[in-house]
Design a protein around this ligand. Sequence first.
Ligand SMILES: [Mg+2]
Length: 371
Amino acid sequence: MIIDRMQVRLTRWPLKMTRKHGVGDVADTLPGVVVSLHTKDGLTGWGEAAPWSVFSGTAEATVAALDVYLRPLVIGRDARQFARILAEADRTIVGHPEAKMALDMALHDLVGKALGVSVAELIGGVFRESIPLSVSIANPDFDADLDFARARLAEGIRLFKVKTGFSTHAEDMSRLDRLAAVLPADASLRIDYNQGLAAVDAIRTLRDVEAFRPAFIEQPVARDRRDAMAEITRAIDTPILADESVFSPEEAVECVRARFADAVSIKLMKAGSFARGKAIAAIAQAAGMPCYGGTMYEAGIALTAGIHFAASTPAMTLGAEYYTSAFVLGTEILANPVRLEAGASWLPAGPGLGITVDETALKSATVEAQG
Ligand SMILES: [Mg+2]
């Protein structure tokens, strides 16, 4: 499994929808990064980074991290040394979790293919074959979103996450009201503020939205306002989910110590490797905090990696949002797209990530390639 070539591609994914989150509103296109590792005996391992400038970092910096700093750590190396290579990556470059995650994904895809086992089997064993799918309601055209919600309900989807805090509280209440009227009794409503509330007034605002009995309220205030997160967690009956406040296992430990949330959103792009994602899940589980599978604007490679992660991680009990390639991106780079069925995303069969990349589609989304 000796790696003799690494390709890094900067991509631009076209978008089918406009998204509003308070910060980082997106329309038209978003940048992404795809990496492939090639062995002498003809195997290819795929990885993807989905940096989002307002959340984690930039695609351009991710390309530089992979191309300039991480490339020397993998060329000529055996892919089975992934744990050592990732430890070296942490010593070589600070931060850049998306770049490290893309590399880890590609290494695991290679090793899985070489050994004839899936990534889920490689990183913990298959605990579940499917993960209940949560879709986000973030279109500024709320009528379009109600149609979107009705269509997803008809497909069996039951988890709906409303993005709030980017407009007035009155408008949020009206959107929640209109969506709640559409949802059947077996649906689960979740609310995500994406850090949108001012700490000074957050508790009063959240007491109002509790009337909709959401399953959880995600990241009401800014990432670093852990004091306010802790106060909110104590004051509000609805479970509070930490997203931006918990990137790493170290932050998960702080979350448990300060009890600044009741549950944790794990995104591979925040964690920086499967192992670090697993560490966050273990810390959360030991503290009695359930986990949710979040995403950035991910195409099929990263989403499939998320499915392998959630499928092999018992603590991921709150569902996951592995749908962007189907509903948000205007291009599909997998010949076997993520399977969404019966309100869930499904673990693909086959070794490694179990994906076949459509290299023509990938090429047409590629802006520049290195290596
Ligand atoms: Mg979030």
